[in-house]
Write a protein that binds this ligand. Structure first.
Ligand SMILES: [Zn+2]
Length: 320
């Protein structure tokens, strides 16, 4: 099922949650929704727990992929510009993610990320690895020593077996180093342009097996586990080692019939994230949606910052 890796697949391609045949039947458009200059004053410390930072040449490949298979990217910025853009608008801290789409790239990407983190205290960076590549465990250990704070993997792009042997090494390395793992293992957003079928590889009950086998692993599944939203909501009730992030689920852009009901779930396990800069809509669209929900202060503080600070081991954000 694995196609050749010629394009650099992006994380969030488009999808229809009720379709298993691919999601590019409809064109996806840029929303010209208005954007704010700052995050609203009423909000506490904001950690964006899902931002992508890449070297320039990889960003341009990602955007080429989006141009062909996804949506128009509204913010074509370099990593430094992204950090500056968000922090000057009031985002207190950024969790930065990247992913290697083939073996042999992880060292270069991790080194790039660790340099960004050293020069930007407002950024907590994840390491990446291509599961099964040579010296995978050592590459991750090296990345942690260089200051990276966890691991990011993406099943749609990297096409790994969640319960496969190479993944056991990743889980064990994270546990041994007390580092969290953020792993896109929801079935959506699915694209036929991905090199494998996420519906074959990704299932909530498979992820549950990982949680049972590795009770000391701290795992975050992004996009609220799309599209197995109910299953993941049950899993966070059941397991203390699972977290979710909200990325793109508040925007009401993708054709999914779901909107998080935060008052009906375990909110100490949910983190706010955006997927910036790879967005077709305003950078603060999902922040505004959260404000409109008029959630209690306790819930807002947790979702917008506290949970991510605990999960990713962020010491403290600048005062707001
Ligand atoms: Zn993402």
């Amino acid at each position: 099922m694995v196609k050749s890796r010629t394009d650099y697949p992006s994380e969030t391609s488009v999808h229809g949650s009720d379709s298993q045949s691919g999601m590019l039947e409809r064109p996806f458009h840029r929303l010209n929704d208005p954007e704010g200059d700052q995050v609203p004053e009423c909000l506490p410390c904001i950690v964006d727990a899902h931002v992508h930072l890449f070297p320039d040449h990889i960003f341009s490949s990602v955007w080429k992929w989006f141009d062909r298979y996804g949506w128009p990217i509204r913010y074509r910025l370099t990593s430094e510009e992204i950090i500056n853009f968000l922090t000057t608008r009031g985002v207190s801290h950024i969790v930065a993610l990247h992913y290697a789409h083939k073996p042999g790239l992880a060292r270069e990407l991790n080194s790039y990320m660790s340099k960004l983190c050293s020069s930007n205290p407002g950024v907590t960076g994840m390491a990446t690895i291509f599961p099964g590549e040579r010296d995978a465990g050592l590459i991750l250990e090296d990345a942690f020593q260089r200051g990276l704070s966890g691991v990011k993997l993406h099943c749609h792009v990297q096409c790994f077996e969640i319960l496969g042997k190479p993944m056991q090494e990743v889980y064990e390395t994270c546990i041994r180093n007390n580092k969290p793992l953020i792993m896109h293992v929801g079935r959506e957003p699915k694209s036929p342009a991905y090199p494998c079928d996420p519906y074959e590889l990704c299932r909530a009950d498979t992820v549950e097996q990982v949680l049972q086998d590795h009770p000391d692993l701290k795992l975050c599944v992004p996009h609220m586990g799309a599209d197995e939203f109910i299953e993941y909501q049950i899993l966070i009730e059941k397991y203390d080692n699972l977290w979710l992030d909200t990325t793109m689920t508040l925007a009401e852009y993708l054709p999914m019939e779901y909107f998080p009901q935060f008052t009906e779930m375990r909110v100490d396990r949910v983190m706010f994230g955006t997927d910036f800069p790879n967005l077709p809509y305003a950078w603060d669209r999902e922040i505004k949606r959260l404000v409109e929900l008029k959630l209690s202060d306790d819930i807002i503080v947790r979702i917008l910052g506290q949970n991510a600070m605990e999960f990713y081991g962020i010491n403290s954000g600048p005062d707001r």
